[in-house]
Design a protein around this ligand. Structure first.
Ligand code: SAM
Length: 245
């Protein structure tokens, strides 16, 4: 019975909490989570009360050995991040890694993830895709990273915060001037919205709007055959060997 259950949770719509996720929380001896307030609210919503163990990215690696011991001794621990699938731009992976190394059984209860939800919502060809997560914050590093990603033969998926969306769309317009970009905002929530246009047009549209708030994912279409690949020099930033894929 002892083991780790990694539980996917809603990204904005409580209706997406699966019956299996609810059962996993109810049956767990304790629930490890990124933020005890966030997961505490979710448990209160389903009327479950379980001991909560804070396990955010700062402490998850150091807490892992103690948690592994508990699971080897027969406890069943659930793990949830604040929203979506744990381990996807969220903590969780270090605990799964440690559990697998120690021979602790691991179960995953799949739930929504913003990256896959955005990919499908974008309508952009998605038979091949690459999930990048958050881009570097510094302009030069961001351009170098985008340039390194340019040859990938599939759609690209980025997470972004509303504070940087304008700058990131400008960078996309610079590196991918002919590609279609979808901005997928507030997915599964009341104000869900998908804006889709060639990169320079979308950057312009978003610059003209004052209300670009909420959570957002960017999807960029794959390179077309014969598309000119941006050179590092064309992105006019100094070379950085660490920026290579
Ligand atoms: N683990 C989560 C998952 O599986 O999607 C991702 C966590 S990451 C820290 C948070 C980022 O995911 C946000 O900054 C945003 O880019 C994206 N995100 C999460 N929920 C979203 C939503 N409802 N709509 C659009 N983007 C969302």
């Amino acid at each position: 019975r002892g083991g780790l259950v990694v539980v996917g949770t809603p990204i904005g719509n409580l209706g997406d909490l699966s019956p299996r996720a609810i059962r996993a929380f109810e049956e767990a001896d304790a629930v490890c989570c990124e933020d005890t307030r966030v997961t505490g609210k979710l448990l209160a919503h389903i009327g479950a009360s379980r001991p909560l163990i804070r396990c955010d990215e700062n402490v998850i690696a150091s807490r892992a050995p103690g948690l592994i011991e508990r699971m080897l001794a027969g406890e069943r621990l659930a793990y949830a991040s604040d929203a979506g699938m744990p381990a996807i731009s969220d903590p969780g992976q270090a605990l799964v890694d440690a559990a697998r190394d120690a021979g602790v059984p691991v179960e995953v209860v799949p739930g929504p993830s913003a990256c896959v939800t955005a990919l499908v919502a974008s309508g952009i060809a998605c038979d091949h895709f690459f999930f990048e997560g958050f881009l570097p914050r510094k302009e030069g590093e961001r351009l170098r990273r985008l340039t390194a990603l340019a040859p990938i033969p599939g759609a690209l998926i980025f997470y972004e915060s509303p504070h940087r969306i304008g700058d990131t769309l400008d960078a996309l317009a610079q590196v991918f001037p002919t590609r279609i970009v979808a901005l997928c905002r507030e997915l599964t929530k009341l104000h869900e919205e998908v804006l889709r246009a060639p990169a320079p047009e979308l950057a312009q549209q978003v610059r003209e709007r004052a209300d670009m708030r909420g959570e957002m994912v960017i999807v960029v279409s794959a390179p077309k055959q014969g598309e000119n690949m941006p050179a590092l020099a064309a992105a006019s930033v100094p070379e950085d060997p660490e920026a290579a894929l």
